[in-house]
Design a protein. Structure first.
Length: 195
């Protein structure tokens, strides 16, 4: 088993300017809210670990564009995005600071990466399709579909799992466009056959 890369988080031992200098010197690379050695593999677990200091505990689940970044198919988001189960009560100031949406989420829709909970790739895809109105959301969904090889059947089944989901119609439209884009890009990447 490969050990997780060391994540150096800002602390009293090293100032922010020393950490940035190490990045400029090519010794560290910035990752989330921390830094990692330049030769360490940047995995989903490493990205999640870099966000750990911002979270309260495992009741807070990394979600939406932040989860897409953790899984490796989205750019680093400008702000941390999270969710909490409706049954998990966290103080309102913490919920606002973490931009946490209260959601219905089952245990199989979140994955623990070390000590950090992240929505599964499929749940992340569905949440983005339902709630994200960014201009690039279809491209982001297409990257997620290609990265995790989602099928239309798996996505339809996950959408049908809860009958009372909101914003399902726009989600289906965005996902259809994303599947079309993912398929078109997949065919464009294939070499041309010659006779």
């Amino acid at each position: 088993m490969t050990p997780a890369p060391l994540i150096v988080l800002p602390s009293a031992r090293l100032s922010a300017s020393e950490l940035r200098a190490a990045v400029l010197d090519g010794e560290l690379v910035a990752i989330g809210e921390g830094f990692a050695p330049i030769d360490a593999p940047i995995t989903a677990a490493a990205r999640a670990a870099s966000l750990a200091p911002s979270l309260l505990d495992d009741r807070v689940v990394i979600a939406d564009r932040t989860a897409a970044w953790v899984w490796g198919w989205g750019p680093a988001p400008a702000a941390l995005m999270t969710c909490v189960a409706i049954t998990a009560r966290i103080p309102s100031p913490d919920r606002r600071r973490l931009r946490a949406r209260e959601v219905v989420i089952d245990d199989d829709e979140r994955r623990m990466l070390g000590a950090v909970a992240v929505t599964t790739p499929l749940r992340t895809l569905l949440d983005l399709a339902r709630h994200d109105e960014g201009a690039d959301v279809v491209s982001l969904l297409a990257r997620g579909i290609r990265c995790h090889a989602f099928t239309r059947e798996a996505v339809d089944s996950a959408l049908a799992r809860r009958r009372s989901l909101s914003f399902v119609r726009p989600a289906r439209e965005r996902l259809a466009a994303a599947f079309e884009q993912a398929g078109a890009e997949e065919t464009a990447d294939q070499p041309l056959l010659t006779r």
